[in-house]
Design a protein around this ligand. Structure first.
Ligand SMILES: Cc1cc2nc3c(=O)[nH]c(=O)nc-3n(C[C@H](O)[C@H](O)[C@H](O)COP(=O)(O)OP(=O)(O)OC[C@H]3O[C@@H](n4cnc5c(N)ncnc54)[C@H](O)[C@@H]3O)c2cc1C
Length: 315
């Protein structure tokens, strides 16, 4: 008997291996009876004319999916205030999409933030995503003297200004600066009690973590929707870096899926679609029927994933 014979004698033959492997049942597809999920899309304010053209192209491509709202982020330290305002006001004036403006507490007094909110209301914007924000350039957060200190304070301030719909941020894996999971959940509850009607989560890759977070939220008395924030990953290196900073854990399998694809953008996009589609289908199979997509101003992947979820364009 040779060494190779010995190896073959101890290892089961392929068919035997396949037949004894654990069986995995497929995920159910969206049933005909179930209503398609409600979607929202998040964009960032573009910096150049070319990127602005890409932004509007993205809006045109995704609008037939009739999102519940489209939101535009606010740069760190309020650095994109003018651009965010101009885009959101134009969305309100020129499209039928309900726009939501992200607004942060950083680098501004209460009076200044209140004025921005009033301008939004005057421009017909009825939805604010109220956030604390981060220090420009990173570093430990310091409330602005005379400003709103935390998102909860901003929510209360907005309530005093007008009857805005208000969304806030939630962290299934805990905000990196929170002292504990419970303290962070308590903070979320206070934001909702102060008048927010929905939470949108930081992006995550582990469905179990998100579902456990929902369990804990309900046990803490939260009943408002905590909509999963979905980030389709096409640039793994960038997402790995960003995740380390924002406290999202990146499962090792994700790195393996993108291994060797640095120079192959097309395959990366296909892999990204499959990964995000699996994630949303698993969430959908667990009963989740609202999704918030971090589009990064790129429509195609999001469009495909929305289609897989059962959303169809209506003109
Ligand atoms: C959906 C979503 C959209 C976002 N959009 C933007 C954007 O457009 N622009 C931007 O700059 N950033 C954005 N961010 C990032 C966000 O600004 C940061 O994650 C920020 O660090 C926390 O914001 P928050 O609103 O969650 O803060 P908060 O809810 O205020 O909480 C921040 C931290 O402070 C703690 N905390 C709360 N109250 C107190 C207190 N009284 N004393 C001590 N600690 C307290 C909380 O537990 C938490 O750890 C977004 C995040 C998400 C999830």
């Amino acid at each position: 008997m040779t060494h190779t014979d010995l190896l073959h004698a101890s290892a089961p033959a392929p068919l035997e291996r396949w037949l004894t492997a654990p069986r995995v049942r497929g995920l159910p597809g969206p049933s005909e009876a179930a209503a398609p999920p409600a979607l929202s899309f998040e964009f960032f304010p573009p910096k150049t004319e070319t990127l602005e053209a890409q932004f509007w192209a993205c809006i045109r491509r995704l609008s037939p999916l009739r999102p519940r709202f489209v939101s535009v982020t606010y740069g760190a330290g309020g650095s994109t205030q003018a651009r965010t305002h101009a885009l959101v006001a134009r969305l309100a004036a020129e499209t039928t999409l309900p726009p939501a403006a992200h607004l942060t507490c950083v680098g501004a007094t209460r009076a200044e933030v209140d004025e921005v909110a009033r301008q939004y209301w005057a421009a017909g914007v009825r939805h604010i995503v109220a956030l604390r924000g981060d220090m420009p350039g990173g570093g430990t957060y310091e409330p602005h003297p005379g400003g709103y200190a935390y998102a909860v304070d901003l929510v209360a301030g907005l309530r005093r200004i007008a009857d805005f719909e208000i969304s806030v941020a939630a962290y299934p894996e805990m905000h990196p600066a929170a002292v504990s999971l419970d303290a962070d959940l308590d903070n979320l509850k206070r934001k909702l009690d102060a008048g927010a009607t929905r939470a949108i989560t930081q992006y995550f890759f582990d469905t179990e973590t998100y579902l456990r977070f929902l369990d804990r939220a309900l046990a803490a008395g939260i009943t408002a929707p905590i909509v999963p924030g979905i980030l389709p990953v096409t640039n793994f290196a960038q997402v790995a870096r960003f995740s380390a900073a924002c406290g999202t854990s990146v499962p090792p399998f994700l790195g393996r899926l993108f291994d060797g694809l640095d120079e192959d953008a097309e395959t990366r996009r296909m892999v990204a679609t499959v990964v995000a589609a699996e994630q949303v289908r698993l969430l959908q199979a667990n009963g989740i029927d609202e999704f918030h997509f971090y589009t990064l101003n790129r429509p195609d992947l999001v469009y495909a994933i929305a289609h897989i979820l059962g959303v169809r364009p209506s003109m």
